[in-house]
Design a protein around this ligand. Structure first.
Ligand code: SAM
Length: 269
């Protein structure tokens, strides 16, 4: 997979993507990340990338010319072909007004060969970029950042860890929070793990078994896989109900799960 990042702050990416799984994916040849300095595509001596908004209002807006020229230099397929899914490419405009980036979107993006990330700045980007250049706008959450760089790094990291081979133990990416994967068991199975099937992950503990009077739950020490699996599933259900009840609607729940949740709700009154 190739990821191109278009930014006015290319140095920003020196740190975040040079560690851990994104570094590993690049070293293994699974991914290539190229950062493009938008100012290289300006034509004036001040290397101007922004201008005042038509109609008045606060702040500055990223101009269309350098962005169009930068993306044209990449020789991508047309926006029409990308939107129709005729090519495995996407141009993503990072925007607070975009569709919410989720694990499901990460699983869609990892199937592509090439993703271009356009990082906005100031009050945003000339809307013609969203209309005629990008094929999707993505937001990493309902808050406003000063630029798209952190959002691009978040998405690159979330997508690249799904590349087959990028994470040492691939099964771990199928058991994580938010992941819905039919191959991973929900409440049945012979080992002690359970897939999240759209829930938050279950709690994890490691040695020591007792730390400053805080003991690891007994069920995990039992060695009984079935008991451990049931304990994990219940804790995942409890945590999801407590922190992200919205996820329960899309989660794959067994009759046993539903009964357990109904019990908690009844106890709460
Ligand atoms: N005027 C815009 C608004 O109110 O929606 C905010 C612009 S923001 C200050 C500048 C840039 O940061 C945006 O163009 C976008 O690239 C990026 N950005 C801000 N919040 C974001 C978010 N939640 N997700 C993705 N990108 C974001």
């Amino acid at each position: 997979m190739k990821a191109d990042i278009v930014t006015i702050f290319p140095d920003f990416f020196r740190g975040p993507l040079d560690h851990g799984i994104t570094r590993r994916a690049q070293e293994m040849g699974l991914a290539k990340i190229q950062v493009h300095d938008l100012r290289e595509f300006t034509r004036d001596r001040h290397r101007t990338v922004d201008d005042r908004p038509f109609g008045g209002g606060e702040g500055m807006v990223l101009k269309p010319e350098p962005l169009f020229e930068c993306l044209e230099s990449m020789r991508l397929a047309s926006q029409e072909d990308r939107v129709a899914g005729r090519v495995k490419q996407s141009v993503v405009l990072l925007s607070a007004q975009g569709q919410r980036f989720t694990q499901k979107v990460a699983a869609e993006l990892v199937l592509l060969d090439r993703i271009v990330f356009v990082c906005g700045r100031y009050e945003g980007v000339d809307e013609r970029v969203a209309d005629f250049l990008a094929d999707r706008e993505l937001s990493i959450g309902d808050y406003v950042l000063s630029g798209g760089e952190i959002a691009a790094a978040v998405i690159v990291e979330a997508v690249m860890r799904l590349l087959p081979g990028a994470v040492g133990n691939e099964a771990s990416t199928q058991q994580e929070s938010f992941t819905v994967d039919a191959k991973v068991r929900g409440s049945e199975g012979a080992d002690s793990t359970c897939g999240s099937n759209g829930l938050l992950d279950y709690p994890h503990y490691t040695r020591p078994a007792e730390f400053r009077g805080m003991a690891v739950p007994e069920a995990l020490m039992s060695g009984n896989h079935e008991e451990i699996r049931k304990w994990r599933r219940k804790r995942a259900l409890e945590k999801t109900l407590r922190n992200r009840p919205d996820l329960l609607q899309g989660a794959m729940l067994s009759d046993e799960d539903k009964k357990f949740l109904a019990g908690i709700r009844r106890d709460r009154g």
